[in-house]
Design a protein around this ligand. Sequence first.
Ligand code: PLP
Length: 425
Amino acid sequence: MHFVSTRNADHRATLSETLTRGLAPDGGLYVPASFPAVDPMEAPSDAITDIAAHMLAPYFEGDPLAPMLDAICADTFSFPVPLRDLGRDTAVLELFHGPTAAFKDVGARFLASALSHLNKDAAQPITILVATSGDTGAAVAAAFHEKPNVEVVVCYPKGRVSARQEKQLTGWDQNVRTLAVNGDFDDCQRLVKGAFQDEALSTEKRLSSANSINVGRLLPQLTYYAAASRWYVREHNVSPGFIVPSGNLGNAVAALYARAMGSPMRPVVMATNENRPVVDFLATGSWEPKPTQETLATAMDVGDPSNMERLRHHWPTIEGVRGQVEAERIADDEIERQIQRGLDVWDTVWDPHTATAAAVREQCDTPHWVLVATAHPAKFDTVVEPLIGETVPVPEALQAVMQRSTPAPLIEPTMDAFREAVLAG
Ligand SMILES: *Cc1c(COP(=O)(O)O)cnc(C)c1O
């Protein structure tokens, strides 16, 4: 099993190479050359770690990481991933029980585990660059902190993440540094992508990326779709559809990978916020990235989602894409309404991102849907608490970081400023 670049099918790379490089040398994204057929119903048990190792085995075959597969899956899923029945032919897949209370922990922990195995004996440390709209950076920082021979530079858009997210992003020490960028998420993403094309940076540092431009985020994410579909089928004897709160589309594309490999899944629906390029693309067939628009679901504020390149690589025609995935746009007032109604209707407090999935669920009258819960509501307390009129209990992992206060240096959103900051470490 090998990987290719979205921009050149002749550029082949092994799993270890794709994880280490992040981005292909031609600027393309790595994708599996094909989808191995793997049925999650045949995994040795219901444990998420067993299902993950079962689904990922073909990608690891023949790679130096192959002997570490079980260990990497155990490191990745060091926390539970419950599929909780909500009644009315609906379940919620809770992906927020990890150290930073959002689903990004899964991809970050997988990459941290794999890259630290690969770099144990390297002469020069690897430098992981990560652009974040809030949750990725925190997850990556937490996953890599104190891992030997790896340094991490996180950049986030100043003023566009929640106060609690900012605490999780900053205040790290040792091998993790954070930069506040005077711009939006697309600026941060541009800086990280630009670093790989930058002479000075790529000669001085061994760069890699932990954004969903790294296929190492998508691989572990596909495994929880495989697991949830198995659990749902066991319980209800029917394949579920999935509603995925989506921004940069890494999570939704991972769902499509799981289904392409043979997981028993019905439709995949991307729930987006008011950032509209994806919904417009499915409607009109023309792809027009837009400037990022700020919404209540900040981690989905992406105007130019990078995983579109993967989607269009695997399914090159608009009919092909339409055959794979649907998309619904949810406005801020509807997000607020869902958070307000969540306790009454589902006995659940939604975070603003998962609320988009709840809104889409309400719009479809067909049964058997899994809502993908991407973050814990306590992470977005300033939005959620006024709407529900009560405080949201804070999970233990979040309590620890809330004590911190180390402001990150502010940089302008230019390549010069970014290069200088990265090289200073
Ligand atoms: C990152 C994130 C999303 C969007 O996921 P993508 O893979 O970028 O589409 C949704 N919700 C939360 C809470 C997130 O952190």
